[in-house]
Design a protein around this ligand. Structure first.
Ligand code: AP5
Length: 208
């Protein structure tokens, strides 16, 4: 299949689209944010190291993140392709990735900042991995497992502002990085989840 990188601002819908791609194309979904949050929940040494950084909306150091992704991509389930969500996030990470894997396409989910702020403000999470939005789901428990939904610590307004600043300064340059390599595909992510997914599928189907 394909090695896919998902780009986009915080809250653009990378995780939502990655879950749908995973289902339709049977590719592993690798989210560095999810890996860090799982380690924080479980109180591992990695979790302890990254918690304060993530809570401030800053980036985890490149060396640590790169080593983690290199290890993960070496696992056998990635042999037939993968979806990277939240990595790379800096030029240094993208350059390192070129050293241990070949990216087939980078899909940028383009959404205006106003919209991503609304999406993040209404996002609710479940510990089982499901993500909801208060505009379309008004219950406080997860429909899949019944657990109580919660808001991510880094979804507080002041942290979101910092995450958007970091995105503009450090992650947005990846759009040019992948465009220069002829790998960039931009999809309009301002429509609904399914409308965006149709655009994403067109890109994947046209490039596999
Ligand atoms: P990470 O978890 O990667 O956060 P992020 O990139 O900020 O992205 P989000 O998870 O906030 O948003 P998303 O684009 O996945 O949107 P979602 O689908 O949930 O990283 C968190 C932190 O970890 C970073 O700040 C950093 O500290 C650290 N980190 C992670 N990776 C790192 C790396 N490589 N290097 C260094 N540090 C790293 O959707 C958002 C909401 O909108 C949901 O409620 C959803 O239901 C809703 N929604 C989705 N799509 C639509 C749509 N089309 N229409 C309407 N609503 C929608």
């Amino acid at each position: 299949m394909a090695n896919i990188v998902l780009l986009g601002a915080p809250g653009a819908g990378k995780g939502t689209q990655a879950a749908l791609i995973k289902e339709k194309y049977s590719l592993p979904h690798i989210s560095t944010g999810d890996i860090f949050r799982k380690n924080i929940r479980e109180g591992t040494p990695l979790g302890v190291k990254v918690k304060a950084i993530i809570d401030k909306g800053e980036l985890v150091p490149d060396e640590l993140t790169i080593a983690l992704v290199e290890d993960r991509l070496a696992q056998s389930d990635c042999e037939g392709g993968y979806i990277l969500d939240g990595f790379p996030r800096t030029i240094a990470q993208a350059q390192a990735l070129e050293g241990f894997s070949k990216v087939d396409m980078a899909i940028d989910i383009a959404v205006e900042s106003e919209a991503v702020i609304k999406r993040i403000a209404g996002r609710r999470m479940c510990k089982c991995g499901e993500t909801y939005h208060t505009s379309s789901y008004d219950r406080e428990d997860c429909v899949k497992c019944g657990s109580k939904l919660y808001q991510r610590d880094d979804d507080r307004e002041e942290v979101v502002r910092e995450r958007l600043r970091v995105y503009e300064a450090q992650t947005k340059p990846l759009i040019d990085f992948y465009a220069e390599r002829g790998l960039l595909h931009t999809v309009d992510g301002s429509g609904g989840v399914q409308a965006t997914f149709e655009l994403v599928c067109k890109v994947i189907d046209g490039n596999c």
